[in-house]
Design a protein around this ligand. Structure first.
Ligand SMILES: NC(=O)c1ccc[n+]([C@@H]2O[C@H](COP(=O)([O-])OP(=O)(O)OC[C@H]3O[C@@H](n4cnc5c(N)ncnc54)[C@H](OP(=O)(O)O)[C@@H]3O)[C@@H](O)[C@H]2O)c1
Length: 331
């Protein structure tokens, strides 16, 4: 095994602020503790929660790295005591508690998965955060079944493009909202019916089909009351984000008379064990979808690690479709 450097390049958050708060710096290379692996990062995925963390609105949980970055691909550089799943040199992609915007990062060995056959490291870096989030909310929490009507908001996002493909692979009928013709075309190419929310009403569109059995929502705010109207009786609303704010006034009589379920989750604060359980389900159910070609990350632009600020500016500009990535050690 090649020896590890003492220091590494990272991107720090210099203080809550705009993309310019992302600052190149040097940090010590961390050593893996019990049950952990150290990954030499090839590519790091960029996610909306990274933007929220940079703005000071999504603090890392206790014990997590203060560096941004919730997912990566790369090679195992070292394993900690008690790790039997991986050996140095294995190609992996992994969910991270933070710290992905760096040359090396630590994570729990059970939160890493093998790079699926047929996928590049660049693509594999984009799987963990979206697949953990989508599977745990769509299936483990939302209980999506074949033949059900499923609506996802933000259909062209990293989360949205993943949710559409997984729901289609499960045999659901899928509708997805987006704010431009180009984004709607991308959604249609994934096999979903697109609704341009600037010109069309998603409530009317879903009611005309009998209502949605499940809605995955990242908008919240004034979408909550409209989501309840768009649900079929016994429908489920799963909240994973609040891009329009996290407060809403709703009529709970509807929840009772139409037997609706409102739930939601955030991934990052969950226990290591809960994340390992989701990883097990991904190995069993989602990685086969990737290997059969039913799920492939939709790739937007790649940026060098040192240009992380430009990557955040692209995400906040809102023109992207699918996943933005940072090139760290990858080709
Ligand atoms: N709960 C969890 O554990 C978890 C984990 C990861 C991500 N998330 C959440 O999932 C969402 C998607 O994440 P992502 O990384 O895939 O981000 P992203 O690619 O930036 O997606 C955000 C999408 O939301 C749409 N949107 C709708 N209303 C918006 C508004 N008011 N402001 C900005 N965008 C708006 C945008 O599309 P249009 O242009 O079509 O509006 C955009 O495609 C985020 O809210 C994120 O915080 C939650």
């Amino acid at each position: 095994m090649t020896s590890l450097p003492v220091e590494m390049d990272v991107i720090e958050i210099a203080g809550a602020g705009g993309p310019e708060a992302l600052t190149p710096a040097r940090r010590p290379v961390p050593a893996p503790g019990h049950g952990q692996i150290l990954i030499r990062v090839a590519w790091a995925g960029v996610n909306r929660p990274d933007v929220l963390q940079r703005m000071g609105a999504y603090a890392p949980p206790p014990g997590a790295s203060d560096l941004p970055g919730l997912e990566c691909s790369g090679h195992v550089a070292a394993v900690g005591p008690g790790v039997t799943r991986w050996r140095a040199g294995d190609a992996v992609c992994a969910l991270l508690p933070g710290g992905g915007y760096a040359e090396y990062v630590l994570t729990a060995a059970d939160h890493a998965l093998a790079v699926p056959a047929g996928l590049s490291l660049r693509e594999a870096a984009c799987l963990p955060e979206t697949c953990f989030t989508v599977w745990s909310n769509l299936v483990m929490r939302g209980g999506l079944q074949a033949g059900e009507r499923f609506l996802i908001h933000g259909g062209s996002s990293g989360i949205g493009t993943t949710a559409i493909q997984i729901a289609r692979a499960l045999g659901a009928r899928v509708w997805a909202t987006a704010g431009s013709a180009g984004k709607c075309a991308a959604i249609e190419s994934l096999g979903a019916t697109a609704i341009n929310y600037r010109t069309d009403d998603f409530v009317a569109a879903l009611r005309a089909e009998g209502g949605a059995d499940l809605i995955l929502d990242m908008v919240c705010g004034d979408y909550i009351a409209r989501n309840l109207k768009a649900l079929a009786d016994d429908g489920r609303l799963v909240l994973i984000g609040s891009l329009s704010g996290s407060r809403a006034e709703i009529n709970f009589a509807q929840v009772m008379t139409r037997r609706l379920t409102i739930t939601g989750s955030t991934l990052r604060p969950q226990s290591d064990l809960a994340k390992a359980r989701i990883a097990d389900q991904l190995r069993q159910h989602v990685w086969p979808m990737v290997e059969l070609g039913k799920l492939r990350p939709v790739m937007d632009e790649g940026f060098a690690l040192a240009d992380a600020a430009a990557a955040h500016a692209r995400m906040e500009g809102g023109a992207h479709i699918g996943k933005i990535v940072l090139r760290v050690g990858g080709e």
